[in-house]
Ligand binder design. Structure first.
Ligand SMILES: *Cc1c(COP(=O)(O)O)cnc(C)c1O
Length: 215
C-alpha cells in the first residue's frame, strides 16, 4: 500500500516536483516500507523522534526538519540533517552555521514564511525575511545555504483562501530571487496531503506529504 501510494503521488506530480514523505507519528516499519519502495526523502517535525528514526533507519536517507527548532537543539541534528525547512530567525541560522562548521559541511536551509491567517503557525513575516536577507552577518555564514522558502497555508476548507496564500508565497519567492543574489535559491516548499495539487498549480516544487502516503 505504502509503495503504491508513493508511486501514485510521484506519477501524479511529475519529475519537477520533489516529494518529501512526512514520517512523523509512523512506526519504523512503516517508514522502512517507504524506504524499501525506493524512497529516500523523509521529514520529521520534532527533534527527538527525528534522532530516534535517524538511528534506527538506513543512513542514506535525506532527512528534512519541518517543525520549529529551538537553538539549543541544533547541535543534535546538525551532524546528519540535510535540510532545515523551518528556519525562522537569524539567530537560529547562525547557530546552524556554527554547528555545521564543526565538521565543515553545509546544511541547506529554507526560510519559513508566515502566510496563514492563524497565530499558531511559526515563521517569518515577509518584512522579517527581507531584514534577515539584508543582515550583514549572513555574509559570514559559510556552512549554511539558503535554498528557498517554506510555507503552510491556513487549515481551512476555503480553497480560495489557501490558493491566495500559496500564490502570495510564490510571488514573494520571485521577488526575493530578483532582489537578492542567492545562488541555489530554487525551492518553494508548499503543499501537504490535502492541498498539494493546488500548491503545485501555484508554483510549489517541493511537497510534504504524510497522511496520503501512509493511509
Ligand atoms: C505533518 C506535516 C505535513 C504533512 O501533513 P499531511 O497532511 O499528513 O500530509 C506537512 N508539513 C508539515 C510542516 C507538517 O507538520
Amino acid at each position: 500500500m505504502i509503495a503504491e501510494n508513493i508511486n501514485h503521488i510521484k506519477q501524479e506530480v511529475g519529475h519537477n516536483v520533489k516529494l518529501v514523505v512526512v514520517s512523523k507519528f509512523r512506526t519504523i516499519s512503516e517508514i522502512q516500507a517507504a524506504y524499501d519502495a525506493g524512497h529516500r526523502l523523509f521529514a520529521e517535525n520534532k527533534v527527538q523522534p527525528l534522532l530516534e528514526r535517524y538511528e534506527a533507519l538506513p543512513k542514506d536517507i535525506e532527512w528534512h526538519l519541518i517543525g520549529h527548532l529551538q537553538t539549543n537543539k541544533v547541535k543534535y541534528i546538525a551532524p546528519f540533517i540535510h535540510t532545515i525547512q523551518s528556519v525562522d530567525s537569524l539567530k537560529l541560522l547562525m547557530e546552524i552555521n556554527k554547528q555545521a562548521a564543526k565538521d565543515g559541511h553545509i546544511i541547506e536551509c529554507l526560510l519559513q514564511i508566515y502566510i496563514a491567517q492563524e497565530d499558531t503557525k511559526f515563521g517569518l513575516s515577509k518584512e522579517e525575511c527581507i531584514g534577515l536577507l539584508n543582515a550583514e552577518e549572513l555574509k559570514t555564514l559559510n556552512n549554511i545555504k539558503i535554498t528557498g522558502l517554506m510555507g503552510m497555508a491556513t487549515f481551512t476548507d476555503d480553497l480560495q483562501q489557501v490558493e491566495r496564500e500559496f500564490k502570495s508565497l510564490k510571488s514573494f519567492f520571485d521577488e526575493l530571487k530578483a532582489q537578492f543574489n542567492l545562488p541555489g535559491f530554487e525551492t518553494i516548499s508548499m503543499g501537504m496531503s490535502n492541498d498539494y495539487n493546488l500548491a503545485i498549480a501555484c508554483g510549489s516544487n517541493l511537497i510534504r506529504v504524510g497522511t496520503k502516503v501512509f493511509q
